[in-house]
Ligand binder design. Structure first.
Ligand SMILES: N[C@@H](CCC(=O)N[C@@H](CS)C(=O)NCC(=O)O)C(=O)O
Length: 244
């Protein structure tokens, strides 16, 4: 059984997609990010960066001891689950394919994901009078990363050729292009790739998982101190959960 620490956001969907694709048995641990669940000592022991997604695998299997294994960071989680199941990633012995997987995994978690996250912040949450510079900067970066993906998909159906965790990581941030104020009109290969992935039943189940509307625009940077007023002090034990 895998405990899956989740909130319905693009980074949460990545792991939900992999769990649904592989059919692994999991228990949903729904997180209330705006209320500070990510700063509890119990969760910080699993995810020291105070962010979901994270997992705890209670039956890690061969190569591991008897203790549960926790994993944080979406890229690390998908790689762990791919290695656990032998699905959706080239095997460790295929050096060239594995190198390509690492490149696109790190590209997603270091580029497309964070740029999309910052774009979402400035578009959905930043105070009106402080929005313009950040919005412009991150819309440009988000668009640039769509261009990177468009180039990669030339003569390929999926990022590595076959459908893999690289696609599961990148899809959620392309899925929400429109609500982020971006368009796929100039990226026809990305649009087709997005449509191919979207129609997979496992992906649909993942996107529909606990759709609560949480963190989707009802907060503003000036009305939720937990989400938008963080510093190293937020990590201190005993810190009040309202962030004050
Ligand atoms: N690099 C991380 C990003 C995870 C992330 O940003 N999670 C957000 C939700 S999408 C979160 O937990 N936010 C809570 C907070 O910022 O306090 C990953 O890929 O797993």
């Amino acid at each position: 059984m895998i405990d899956f620490y989740y909130a319905p956001t693009p980074n949460g969907w990545k792991v939900a997609i992999m769990l649904e694709e592989t059919g692994l048995d999991y228990r949903l641990m729904l997180m209330r990010l705006s209320e500070g669940d990510q700063f509890t000592p119990e969760f910080l022991a699993i995810s020291p960066n105070a962010k979901m997604p994270a997992i705890v695998d209670h039956a890690p299997g061969s190569g591991w001891g008897d203790e549960p294994v926790s994993v944080f960071e979406s890229g690390a989680i998908l790689l762990y689950l791919a290695d656990k199941t032998g699905q959706f990633a080239p095997p460790p012995g295929d050096l060239s394919a594995r190198k390509a997987l690492m490149e696109w995994l790190f590209w997603q978690v270091g580029n497309q994901g964070p740029m999309g996250g910052q774009l979402s912040h400035f578009r959905n949450y930043a105070p009106e009078d402080q929005r313009a510079y950040g919005l412009n900067r991150y819309l440009g970066e988000y668009d640039r990363n769509l261009g990177v993906l468009e180039n990669r998909l030339e003569r390929r159906e999926y990022i590595l050729g076959d459908y893999s965790i690289a696609d599961m990581l990148a899809f959620p941030w392309a899925f929400i292009a429109k609500p982020l104020g971006a368009s796929l009109a100039e990226f026809p290969r990305v649009a087709d790739w997005r449509a191919r992935i979207k129609e997979r039943p496992a992906v649909q189940r993942a996107i529909d998982l606990e759709k609560s509307g949480q963190n989707r625009g009802q907060h503003r940077a000036d009305n939720n101190r937990v989400l938008f007023n963080q510093s190293a002090a937020s990590l201190r034990p005993g810190k009040k959960r309202d962030g004050v």
